[in-house]
Design a protein. Structure first.
Length: 279
C-alpha cells in the first residue's frame, strides 16, 4: 500500500497532466517552474531537499535551480539551513496562506458553525474545498478526545479517499471523474472509477457522503456539501473513531450536521452577496 505522501503525489501528477491538456493562454515557463518548486517543497513537509534532488525532480539544470532557490530565499519563500545545502518551504508561504483564509468570506462564515458542531457532538469537524481531484482543508475543530486523523489546515488530500471529497464529487457528473485506477490510502479505499461512481450515486440518494475507514483506518467520516455555490466547492464533515460510533451517535451526528449545513448556507448567502464570485 502506498504511503499517504505517495497517494497525494500520484493525484497531483494526474491533475497536472489534466491541466496541461487544457487549452487557453500559453503557460509562462518561469512562473510555472517557481510554482512547481514551491509545491514540491511543501509536499515534502519536514523532509528538506538538496539542490540535486530538486533539479532532478523538476528536470531543471542544476545552475538554474540554484539561481531560482537563491531568489526565493531572498524573498522568504524558501529557507535554507546554516550550511546552505538543505532547502524547505519558507515563512512567506504561511503568510500568504493565512491571508487566503482570513479574506475568504465563506471561511469566515463557516468557522462559528464549526465551533458549534464540535462542541455539540464532541467530535472533530472540518471544512474543505475541492481543488481539482483533491480537497484542501480550510478549517478544523478538533475533538477533546484523541483522534488520529490525517487532516490539518492547509493539507491537501485526494478527494476519493474521504467524506469531504466524496460529498463534493457527488455534486458533479460522473463523467468528470478521472479514469483511474486511484491510489489507495487504506484497504477500504475505493480505487476504481466504477466503485467510486456507485458510492457517489448512494451519496446523492442519502444527501451526505460516508467514509468508512477509506482515508484512515479506525476513522469514519460523514460529509455534507455546502450549496451556496453551484456546483458546490466547499463541504463540511465530522470524523469519528469507529470505537465511539454507535447507531445512536451516528444518527445524532447526521441530525446535527444537517442543521449546521442549513445554518451555514443561510449565513453564507446573506453575508457574502457582495463578495467577488471567485472561480
Amino acid at each position: 500500500m502506498p504511503e499517504r505522501e505517495d497517494v497525494r503525489d500520484q493525484v497531483r501528477d494526474q491533475e497536472k497532466k489534466q491541466d496541461g491538456e487544457r487549452g487557453g493562454v500559453r503557460e509562462v515557463k518561469s512562473a510555472a517552474r517557481t510554482v512547481d518548486l514551491l509545491e514540491v517543497l511543501a509536499a515534502r513537509g519536514d523532509r528538506p531537499a538538496r539542490l540535486q534532488e530538486l533539479a532532478d525532480e523538476l528536470a531543471v539544470p542544476r545552475s538554474s535551480m540554484y539561481a531560482l532557490l537563491q531568489t526565493l530565499i531572498a524573498r522568504g519563500w524558501v529557507r535554507t539551513d546554516v550550511t546552505g545545502s538543505l532547502y524547505g518551504i519558507g515563512i512567506h508561504a504561511l503568510l500568504t496562506g493565512t491571508s487566503y483564509l482570513d479574506t475568504d468570506p465563506h471561511v469566515r462564515a463557516v468557522r462559528p458553525h464549526l465551533d458549534e458542531a464540535s462542541q455539540t457532538l464532541g467530535e472533530t469537524v472540518h471544512l474543505g474545498r475541492l481543488d481539482g481531484f483533491s480537497v484542501a482543508y480550510l478549517a478544523t475543530r478538533e475533538s477533546h478526545e484523541y483522534l488520529r486523523t490525517i487532516s490539518r489546515v492547509g493539507r491537501r488530500l485526494p478527494a476519493h479517499v474521504g467524506a469531504l471529497g466524496k460529498a463534493l464529487l457527488a455534486e458533479r457528473p460522473d463523467a468528470a471523474l478521472p479514469a483511474g485506477p486511484y491510489p489507495a490510502a487504506t484497504a477500504n479505499t475505493l480505487t476504481t472509477r466504477e466503485a467510486l461512481a456507485a458510492d457517489l450515486a448512494a451519496t446523492r440518494e442519502r444527501g451526505h457522503s460516508v467514509d468508512r475507514e477509506e482515508g484512515v483506518e479506525g476513522i469514519v467520516g460523514f460529509g455534507f456539501a455546502l450549496r451556496y455555490a453551484a456546483p458546490a466547492h466547499d463541504a463540511i464533515s465530522c470524523s469519528v473513531p469507529v470505537a465511539r460510533l454507535t447507531p445512536e451517535h451516528e444518527e445524532r451526528i447526521l441530525t446535527v450536521m444537517r442543521e449546521v449545513r442549513t445554518a451555514i448556507e443561510s449565513t453564507a448567502l446573506r453575508g457574502t452577496s457582495k463578495a467577488p464570485d471567485w472561480r
